[in-house]
Design a protein around this ligand. Structure first.
Ligand code: AP5
Ligand code: MG
Ligand code: ZN
Length: 215
């Protein structure tokens, strides 16, 4: 299945993408993680200037990045996109890249969470370079500051500061939210309530994906 996880910052895209990726045995493609791993390169340092302010990185950079990633063979039997597309031009570019590969997006999961919860989640989030995500209260690692999955040191993202979080929410509403109607019009949108337990939400997402795969 070719899946997009859509939702505001902190809605649980990364958390859910990890679980779904295991279940579907498909790669989890997070453009935010790819950009953060590129820090130290010219591209990564340029992108970090936008990311730290909570702005979107220019479309042209992201479109080339996703074109390159989707040309890799591990995506041929399905993928889970987390954080891409984020603008209408990115969505149009994705459709054209996939059509060239004779593929298409089969389901877009729109994860809904109220703003107040988003701020609580992001201000106490801890992440690992391997892509694993934790929360000091809601999803703590077994050992403080250490990743359960790879043993790496956990860190607080530079854009998880209150000012940057507020800007990311504004940017989401202005530039990314229009994608909800875009994909609803294509008949591939499923909206999921992103509040409650992580496992319970994962089950709802899996059911929506299974229903789309049976269509
Ligand atoms: P990106 O890394 O994608 O950040 P984001 O969209 O702001 O989303 P987050 O990663 O903050 O949240 P999430 O939905 O993954 O939530 P998570 O699972 O971590 O992008 C960062 C930046 O890169 C952008 O601002 C932009 O600059 C740039 N960028 C990336 N892609 C781009 C693109 N396509 N175009 C242009 N620029 C781009 O969960 C959050 C917290 O909540 C965690 O602590 C987690 O443990 C906790 N949690 C999860 N689920 C629950 C639950 N059910 N209950 C309680 N807590 C929960
Ligand atoms: Mg994320
Ligand atoms: Zn790790």
């Amino acid at each position: 299945m070719n899946v997009i996880l859509l939702g505001p910052p902190g809605s649980g895209k990364g958390t859910q993408a990890q679980l779904l990726s295991k279940r579907l045995e498909s790669p989890h493609i997070s453009t935010g993680d790819i950009l953060r791993r590129a820090v130290g390169t010219e591209l990564g340092d340029h992108a970090a200037e936008y990311m730290n302010r909570g702005e979107l990185v220019p479309d042209a950079i992201l479109i080339e990045m996703i074109r390159d990633r989707l040309s890799q063979p591990d995506t041929a039997c399905g993928f889970i996109l987390d954080g891409y597309p984020r603008t209408i031009p990115q969505a149009d570019a994705l459709a054209s890249i996939l059509s060239g590969l004779d593929r298409e997006i089969e389901i877009v999961i729109n994860i809904e969470v109220p703003d107040t919860d988003l701020i609580t989640r992001l201000s106490a989030r801890r992440v690992c370079t391997c892509g694993a995500t934790y929360h000091l209260t809601f999803n703590p690692p077994q050992e403080e500051g250490v990743c359960d999955r790879c043993g790496g040191a956990l860190y607080h993202r530079d854009d998880d500061q209150e000012e940057s979080i507020r800007n990311r929410l504004l940017v989401y509403k202005k530039q990314t939210q229009p994608l909800i109607d875009y994909y609803a019009n294509l008949g591939v949108l499923a909206t999921i309530d992103g509040r409650g337990g992580i496992e319970q939400i994962a089950e709802g997402i899996y059911e929506a994906v299974a229903a789309a795969s049976a269509r």
